[in-house]
Ligand binder design. Sequence first.
Ligand code: ZN
Length: 169
Amino acid sequence: MAILHLVPESNPVLRTPTKAVTDFGESLQTTIDDMFETMYEVRGAGLAATQVGLDIRLAVIDVTADKSQQLVLINPEIIESSGSQKMEMGCLSLPGCWAAIKRSGWVKIRAQDRRGEIYEMEGEGILAEAFQHEIDHLDGVLFIDKLSSLKQKMVRQRAKKVLKRQSRD
Ligand SMILES: [Zn+2]
């Protein structure tokens, strides 16, 4: 397994809707394992393929603290949603940025697992947040796109400071 490189926010792949996965062969299996390893390494709860520079419709999620619920979302879509919530969330593509966005409080997704089997799953709270956040990534959308332009500016300035501090260490 390998730790993958997270692409910077300026990389156009983060802004491009992804292509459907059709080949569930060995190279996809390796990518999935590497994405989990990368996500755990940086203590994320979700990682989309675009964030590691791949334009394919694949994301991994684990919102548990003990790595006990590894979810693989291939070609996922939200098929039902209800309620609303506003949860403070970060994004591995925007280090140090945290913002709350109004989203559905409950969603049902349909996706394929790593073998290509179709499954449906419901989620609320943090899991609903992760489903929506990662599926947005696969559509070329970052969570800051949903903030007002003033808030986007503030979030970006904060991220710049964090990156500066990190490069000094
Ligand atoms: Zn993200």
